[in-house]
Design a protein around this ligand. Structure first.
Ligand code: 5GP
Ligand code: MG
Length: 183
């Protein structure tokens, strides 16, 4: 693995909590359903989703919450295959209004596949919510209904996002800088 360091804070914990709060209010104002299901895409969305769904209780909304695992990345920073649903959600989404929550929208393949998958399972509507968006990397046309931050084309970690399985626990979003060998 190339040498790297994780020092540059791109988004602070305070910025994250303010923006997640705003997103929660946007969603509370825009989503009215008696059959709301929130599906997080693991593993990167777990902290974001946990913070985001707290608006539900404040607004007397009681969604069912589940997760699915989608994988397209190996141990590096480049996708090596089409994303696959490697563990499906277990609750029935038939006729439900689903909100899919992911950590980051990059090429667009994961979110597009997740939406198609949930529609095929019978969801009535499928909305999308991502913490981060890297529009410069888009390959498949895809736009999230709710988005926390638009970021430049950098590989980032923290607040659920990993590099090689690590750094998910960081309370901020940090940039990974890869050190090119000299000589
Ligand atoms: P997409 O299918 O849109 O290319 O990729 C989405 C998935 O790629 C995300 O759910 C995330 O797991 C991973 N990903 C894309 N960019 C980054 C990044 O900058 N940092 C990390 N840790 N994961 C990323
Ligand atoms: Mg992911």
């Amino acid at each position: 693995m190339k040498p790297y360091h994780v020092d540059d804070v791109l988004i602070t914990p305070r910025q994250l909590s303010q923006r997640v709060d705003e997103l929660a209010h946007e969603m509370a104002a825009g989503i009215h359903s008696d059959n709301l299901v929130v599906i997080g895409i693991l593993r990167g969305s777990f902290i974001f989703l946990a913070d985001l769904v707290r608006w539900c209780s404040m607004n007397d909304v009681h969604p069912r919450i589940d997760f699915m695992i989608m994988e397209s990345y190996g141990s590096g920073t480049k996708p090596f295959q089409e994303p696959q649903v490697s563990r499906d959600c277990s609750i029935d989404v038939t006729d439900a209004d689903v909100v899919v929550v992911d950590d980051i929208l990059d090429t667009g393949r994961t979110l597009k596949k997740a939406v198609a998958h949930l529609k095929a399972k019978g969801a009535r509507t499928v909305r999308t919510c991502v913490l981060l968006d890297k529009p410069a990397r888009r390959i498949v046309p895809c736009q999230a209904d709710y988005c926390g931050f638009t970021i430049p084309d950098e590989f980032v970690v923290g607040y659920g996002l990993d590099y090689d399985g690590r750094y998910r626990e960081l309370p901020h979003i940090a940039k990974v800088t890869f050190i090119e060998p000299t000589s």
